[in-house]
Design a protein around this ligand. Structure first.
Ligand code: QAP
Ligand code: CO
Length: 170
């Protein structure tokens, strides 16, 4: 299974809005398998299809210590949210940067599984933060959008530099 290329900020493709999955067919199956492989390889806990340049509402996550509890969320939506919480976040598309973001503390989320089953879960803590972070990706939004423009600009410059240095060695 191939590891996919993860787009880095400020790639404009990260700003595209993903379309709902119409049918859970083989292409979606293959996409989620490749996304999971990519996420595990990068030691991430969550990855949205937007980050691998696929504009479909698909998210994979694994919050387990043992890295053997994959979660696939198709067409996820937040149906309730409550309270506020601040947590430090990172992102595979913003490598090397971690900043505190304020989001809803508790959420209810509805999504489809790979089997086409409609699931509703309640989440708080890291799971709630991760779901909100990943759904943001599907809407072209990044966690750094919640920071000041100055901070975001600094991060943009540093990532561009990182990626230029990376290109030299490759
Ligand atoms: C989103 O992010 C998230 O900078 C998932 O060098 C993060 O998996 C939700 C990663 C935190 C809630 C809290 C980032 C790996 C992984 C990096 C990730 C890096 C290597 C980020
Ligand atoms: Co992210």
């Amino acid at each position: 299974m191939p590891v996919l290329t993860v787009l880095h900020y400020p790639d404009p493709k990260l700003r595209k809005i993903a379309a709902p999955v119409e049918a859970i067919d083989n292409t979606v199956n293959k996409l989620t398998a490749d996304m999971l492989e990519t996420m595990y390889q990068a030691k991430g806990i969550g990855l949205a299809a937007t980050q691998v340049n696929v504009q479909q509402r698909v998210v994979v996550m694994d919050l387990s210590e043992t890295r053997d509890q994959p979660l696939v969320l198709i067409n996820p939506i937040i149906i309730h949210q409550d309270g506020f919480e601040e947590m430090q976040e990172g992102c595979l598309s913003v490598p090397g940067f971690y900043e505190t973001v304020r989001r809803a503390e508790k959420i209810s989320c509805r999504y489809l599984t790979l089997e086409g089953e409609s699931i509703e879960i309640e989440a708080d803590g890291l799971l709630a933060v991760c779901i909100q972070h990943e759904i943001d990706h599907l809407d072209g939004k990044l966690f750094i959008d919640y920071l000041s423009p100055l901070k975001r600009e600094l991060i943009r410059k540093k990532i561009r530099k990182q990626d230029r240095e990376e290109q030299k060695v490759l």
